[in-house]
Design a protein around this ligand. Structure first.
Ligand code: UDP
Length: 249
């Protein structure tokens, strides 16, 4: 059991990168179905703005802080995260490294056409023998027949591990709606743009940006269209201070 840290209503787990992967591997071994969610402050703010999202985000079995804003909020609220930010993209890659050479079957769902395949190929080149049993892009109707076909393909593949990289909160909603229909899947990982990262089409920020807590700024520089989404970040930061003072009154 990990320590839970409540950040503005989202129940995070305080866990290190290796600790998170240990938990996922343990779930794989005992066959319990588990979902990993990796919310950043944008998603926590989305929950605050649309409270019906809380149930979906808090339904994750392992919820790690994938953003410096969430880590800062932990400090502001007096419940710091011992291990700081834990990047979902790194958890996913470490899991792949650890299942390489085993019989666990992996399926990549998400990204533009071709991205999942390139990501799988790149990881095979890096870590050797990984049992990939399927890849599909993430541009399908998330309801109805098209969605049924996606689920059928995953079930037919017998996948144990499913990366669901549809962007947040679409991916968490999709897992919430469909997890009971995924018959063979033990692990569902909601990992946003990670397949783009593994495929090499989106580069992670240089280490200096990461160590200064400015990965979000680098992403904004590379993709200025994110500005609308990023307006949630100051709203979350100042809102957290306001929340702290009103709570302490
Ligand atoms: N995406 C997808 N299906 C959709 C919408 C988005 O597969 O219907 C993919 C998109 O191609 C990208 C990822 O979801 O690979 C979202 O990446 P982003 O970096 O925006 O993730 P987030 O910041 O939400 O974790």
């Amino acid at each position: 059991m990990t320590e839970k840290i409540n950040i503005r209503g989202v129940q995070f787990d305080s866990v290190s990168l290796d600790g998170a992967v240990d938990i996922l591997i343990a779930n794989l071994k005992n066959g319990t179905q588990a979902a990993l969610y990796t919310p950043n402050s944008e998603i926590v703010q989305s929950c605050i703005d649309s409270p019906e999202l809380y149930e979906i985000i808090n339904s994750g079995d392992l919820i790690i802080p994938d953003g410096i804003g969430v880590v800062k909020a932990g400090r502001i609220l007096g419940t710091p995260f011992e291990y700081g930010k834990v990047a979902g993209i790194e958890v996913g890659e470490e899991l792949i490294r650890r299942v390489a050479g085993t019989d666990y079957k992996v399926y990549f769902l998400g990204g533009k056409p071709g991205i999942a395949e390139t990501a799988a190929k790149t990881l095979c080149e890096k870590y050797g023998d990984i049992s990939f049993v399927g890849c599909a892009d993430g541009y399908f109707n998330k309801n109805g027949e098209e969605n049924d076909r996606v689920i059928e393909a995953i079930n037919l593949s017998g996948a144990d591990i499913l990366f669901v990289c549809l962007g947040a909160p679409t991916q968490e909603k999709w897992i919430y709606d469909n997890r009971s229909r995924l018959t063979s899947v033990k692990l569902m990982l909601a990992l946003g743009g990670s397949l783009d990262g593994y495929a090499g089409v989106v580069k992670r920020a240089p280490k200096i940006f990461i160590s200064l807590g400015l990965e979000w700024f680098y992403r904004l520089l590379c993709d200025p269209k994110r500005i609308g989404r990023m307006m949630k970040l100051p709203k979350f930061y100042f809102g957290t201070w306001k929340y702290k003072f009103s709570r302490n009154k």
